[in-house]
Ligand binder design. Structure first.
Ligand code: HEC
Ligand code: HEC
Length: 455
């Protein structure tokens, strides 16, 4: 099937190279794919047979205007999907648009509750500050199935934008159908975690380290980094993207990890209903943005000590904690050692779309998380004092149904629709061809065009 695509693609390329050249005549969204390949760089070491027509493309062969717009390009010279490389998302402006209560060093009072800012939580390293061309490359890598051994799984398969970049499945499915050992993690505000460690058990020391781990994981993507560098070099477009990002076309795993990390650090969520409420209060707008019920939930969130761990306006943890999610003899003790039972969790931003919950994904909805804190906290030796009663036992909160519903309603105010649908974080690859269009009989749109314009 892939070969057929490559073949068809070659046919289209030859047709284009032969007759096409007036860019103005073609629709702007259908930029001919031959313009994208690293023409400027003359790259593609060890190029595939598909290279020929692409490289041989010379503007100004033949002035015949193209009567029909070219079909939307779908596959690259390696037979794999071809992304949109034309769009240049502005991550720098997006991140610079963070509200004052994220970035100012002082704390902010909202509804009589003091929230720390995330100014001191940023884990961006000096040598990998955000820049648009690098994050743009990171986005394409994040969504590219080439990062898995059999071209089936991308980071985005298990980190889906509409779910706050987590996976709605309890355990995620890897490239060969195997399952991950834990629930996937949301990525909203991942840059705001000063310890800088990643995963539920914090086994990755930095985000840059973390990024290369799923690629090589035998269940998740099953790829080795050397092969990956070679594979990406056999596309028409990565050479140019790496050049734009890093100054030359060398594709290295270090650059891959830097680019993906930049893309993930741009995923700052600050446009929820909660943010509108904070902004309104700071601007002395008299009408409350949050409902009575949502405010009651916020009061409970504070009174029940939730804010002692989910601590800033961005609702990120300050460090790993033991919240009694496991008992002493659970096989998964998270960080382990003298921190047995301690886990990291991501920001509670967009938590309402991030079900299921906890490291093992055993809690299917927010109400069951609240019920866990209300009545189910395990008596772990290392349980945080914040969740013990005055006799040292796991606290039993005795919440009413209305309390629980208020807490859920409050957590739902942390959903940021703008973030969940923002095109700068969306999939740059075209949707796959519909199943019924089998490659053999394909392209009622492509074939006539290729044939009809033969000089
Ligand atoms: C097959 C599913 C799968 C794929 C593919 C996958 N992940 Fe994950 N991701 C997970 C799971 C599961 C976890 C939690 C694992 C754990 O903690 O043991 C996780 C955790 C993470 C975390 C930690 C977040 C935090 O706050 O600590 C980051 C960051 C991350 N993944 C990024 C990526 C990137 C980047 C890629 C692609 C290179 C990727 N993931 C590919 C399933 C996946
Ligand atoms: C002692 C610190 C601590 C306190 C107090 C605390 N949490 Fe948590 N919270 C955690 C940790 C650690 C996790 C991750 C646990 C795990 O996955 O095993 C977590 C997980 C969560 C999650 C699910 C996150 C996810 O991605 O699955 C929600 C929702 C949540 N807490 C809400 C609350 C609420 C509401 C309260 C107050 C009733 C609260 N927390 C109190 C530390 C705490």
């Amino acid at each position: 099937m892939k070969h057929t695509y490559v073949f068809l693609w070659a046919v289209v390329l030859i047709a284009l190279a032969g007759c096409h050249d007036d860019d103005n005549a073609s629709s702007d969204t259908n930029t001919p794919p031959v313009a994208v390949p690293g023409d400027g760089t003359g790259d593609n070491p060890g190029g595939t047979p598909g290279d020929g027509p692409g490289d041989g493309q010379n503007p100004g062969d033949d002035p015949t205007p193209d009567p029909d717009p070219e079909p939307e390009p779908r596959v690259d010279i390696d037979g794999q999907p071809l992304p949109d490389t034309e769009t240049n998302p502005d991550y720098e402006s997006y991140v610079a648009g963070q509200p004052i209560y994220y970035t100012s060093i002082s704390s902010t009072e909202f509804h009589n509750i003091r929230f720390r800012s995330v100014a001191t939580e940023d884990n961006t390293p000096r040598d990998n500050e955000l820049s648009n061309p690098v994050a743009k490359l990171g986005r394409i890598l994040f969504y590219d199935v080439r990062l898995s051994a059999n071209n089936t799984v991308a980071c985005a398969s298990c980190h889906q934008q509409s779910h706050g970049f987590t996976d709605p499945a309890q355990l995620s499915t890897g490239f060969e159908g195997g399952h991950t050992g834990r629930n996937s993690m949301g990525l909203s505000n991942a840059r705001y975690y000063d310890p800088g460690r990643f995963f539920w058990d914090e086994r990755a020391a930095t985000m840059e380290d973390q990024t290369l781990m799923p690629i090589q994981d035998p269940v998740e993507m099953g790829m080795n980094l050397f092969d990956l560098e070679t594979k990406l070099g056999q596309t028409s477009f990565y050479g140019q993207l790496f050049t734009d990002a890093f100054g030359d076309e060398a594709i290295t795993s270090d650059r891959i990890s830097k680019a993906i990390s930049q893309f993930m650090r741009a995923m700052v969520s600050y446009g929820s209903k909660f943010d509108l409420a904070v902004q309104a209060e700071l601007n002395h707008v008299p009408e409350p943005v949050l409902s009575e019920q949502e405010l009651r939930g916020l009061d409970l969130f504070d009174n029940l000590n939730c804010t002692s761990c989910h601590t800033t306006t961005a609702f990120v943890l300050d460090r790993n904690h033991n919240n009694g999610s496991v008992s002493n003899n659970d096989p998964d003790q998270g960080v382990g050692g003298n921190l047995a039972g301690f886990f990291k969790t991501g920001s509670l931003r967009n938590i309402a779309v991030g079900a299921p919950y906890f490291h093992d994904g055993h809690l299917p909805d927010l109400m069951s998380v609240i019920e866990f804190y209300n009545s189910g906290i395990n008596n772990h030796n290392n349980l945080s004092p914040d969740l013990r009663d005055r006799f040292g036992r796991p606290v039993r909160m005795n919440l009413t149904q209305a309390d629980k519903e208020a807490l859920v309603a409050f957590l739902e105010t942390l959903t940021d629709e703008g973030f969940l649908t923002n095109p700068i974080f969306s999939d740059p690859f075209p949707p796959p061809l519909p199943e019924e269009t089998s490659p053999e009989e394909t392209s009622p749109e492509e074939t006539p065009d290729a044939g009809g314009t033969t000089p």
